[in-house]
Design a binder for this molecule. Structure first.
Ligand SMILES: [Zn+2]
Length: 466
């Protein structure tokens, strides 16, 4: 196991990471609300979490990763007000809320695959963990943290000490922010719903019986229920977008610690926003709604160009989106693929100097922009043998996730025409006879026909020009 340091939102400091169980990490990342496609800002967060997970693997840890899928209870308005996002969407698309959830969950999984993001070990839907959520609310009720008002069961934030320990805000500031929603019955502006009652005049598609009446869970409770279900006491790292710090994660901590009496996650990591011109955060409700499909795939840009773009900014710093930025990343990605392609297929020992430099940056709170610079330096360094370079690049790609392996593997599947095969054999013969002039001429002919030939100790390889 190698040491790594991570910036913990709880302490606002970089800390040496120490897992609860030696060699293993319990990781929880807040997942999507499946009522629409993920936008690039969401996907940046999932990429940051994938970089983290790959870095943990790289350091030698086993990682147990749980993610929630919100398919009920996330309301349109802030602070537990307004319509359920899934039910609202279901009316717009004229499909059931269940169909909406299935459709956008599949779309989300496809996005993750396109971005070469490693899937979680477990993902739970909110609708599949209703009984766990009810049990947790019962526990809170028993311990005196829950109270009932006309539209649901709420958590009394004034009863929980250190409510703002994650956000580091003054409680007055938080309350001021929460006051705009105007639920007069709540005891404190920061209190939040644990269970909402179904409206009397309307039949909801998703609703369940509970000890408090027919209804559905509040948005925050699912993450507490699922992390405890999936990770047990292995509550090492919890991640999400920085927009979750003040409310969602703050509430997760309050309700979990109140229910269990134990610390809820030792490390909290947050990814910064993707911003569009003018410094605005990318959001579904805004007109700058960019998806992997409309911003990259439809424009013939490689999906992993977005991954490369995200590697170029530190996860705690905002990344500015522009079409030019994506185009530049796409060019840079293709250039990397070309360079790797030219390295041949032979793999030797890694270059330890480069690898150590790379690791020390990765393990320093995921300094991936600098680590990427080391990767580029390696590719350019002509003093490193091709086979060594390839081995080192592939090793680094375990963190970067640019799928360099596929560049090499796909090449082998390409059908080489007989004509080219014959020319390659003729060139080999010329080389054996030390007729290098003839060999060069044949190589030029091969290249003119769109192929590249490279000599190796085993003979030669032919590849298609990219
Ligand atoms: Zn969450």
């Amino acid at each position: 196991m190698q040491k790594l340091s991570l910036h913990n939102t709880l302490s606002r400091k970089k800390e040496e990471f120490k897992p609860i169980i030696d060699g293993e990490v319990g990781l929880y990342t807040c997942g999507p609300t499946v009522y629409n496609f993920a936008h690039l800002g969401n996907l940046r967060t999932y990429l940051f979490e994938d970089f983290l997970k790959r870095s943990l693997f790289f350091a030698g840890y086993k990682v147990k990763h749980v993610m929630n899928i919100t398919d009920v209870g996330h309301l349109v308005g802030d602070g537990d007000m307004g319509e359920d996002k899934l039910e609202k969407r279901s009316k717009i698309e004229k499909k059931s809320a269940w169909e909406i959830a299935d459709f956008y969950l599949e779309a989300f999984k496809l996005d993750l695959s396109h971005l070469n993001i490693i899937f979680p070990s477990n993902w739970y839907k909110a609708t599949e963990t209703i009984s766990e959520q009810i049990k947790l609310i019962e526990e809170l009720e028993l311990k005196g943290y829950a109270y009932r008002i006309s539209d649901g069961i709420y958590f009394d934030t004034s009863k929980f000490k250190d409510y703002t320990k994650l956000s580091h805000q003054k409680i007055e500031d938080l309350q001021e922010g929460a006051r705009v929603e105007k639920n007069q019955e709540k005891r404190n502006p920061t209190d939040f719903a644990l269970w909402k009652f179904s409206p009397e005049n309307e039949k909801r598609q998703m609703e369940w019986e509970s000890p408090w009446g027919l209804g559905f869970p509040g948005w925050h409770i699912e993450c507490s229920a699922m992390s405890l279900k999936g990770l047990g006491k292995q509550l090492d790292i919890h991640c999400g977008g920085v927009d979750h710090v003040n409310i969602h994660h703050t509430n997760e901590i309050a309700q979990s610690e109140a229910a269990t009496g134990e610390k809820f996650f030792n490390y909290w990591l947050h990814g910064a926003f993707l911003i569009v011109s003018g410094g605005k955060k990318m959001a579904k409700s805004k007109d700058n709604f960019l998806t992997l499909k409309n911003a990259l795939i439809d424009k013939n840009l490689h999906s992993l160009a977005f991954r490369l773009a995200c590697l170029q900014a530190h996860y705690r710093k905002p990344l500015e989106y522009s079409e030019d930025m994506l185009q530049a990343s796409n060019n840079a990605l293709l250039a990397i693929y070309d360079k790797v392609n030219f390295l041949g297929r032979e793999v030797a020992e890694v270059d330890n100097n480069y690898l150590q430099e790379f690791k020390s940056l990765v393990f320093d709170d995921l300094n991936l922009p600098q680590a990427l610079a080391v990767f580029h330096k390696l590719l350019k360094d002509e003093s490193v043998k091709k086979a060594v370079k390839l081995a080192t690049a592939l090793e680094m790609d375990k963190v970067l996730g640019l799928n360099l392996k596929s560049v090499i593997e796909n090449e082998e599947d390409i059908e080489i025409p007989d004509e080219i095969e014959k020319l390659a054999k003729a060139r080999q013969l010329s080389r054996e006879q030390k007729d290098f002039k003839e060999a060069d001429l044949i190589r030029e002919e091969i290249e003119a026909k769109g192929y590249i030939i490279e000599e190796s100790q085993q003979g030669f390889v032919i590849k298609k020009k990219r």
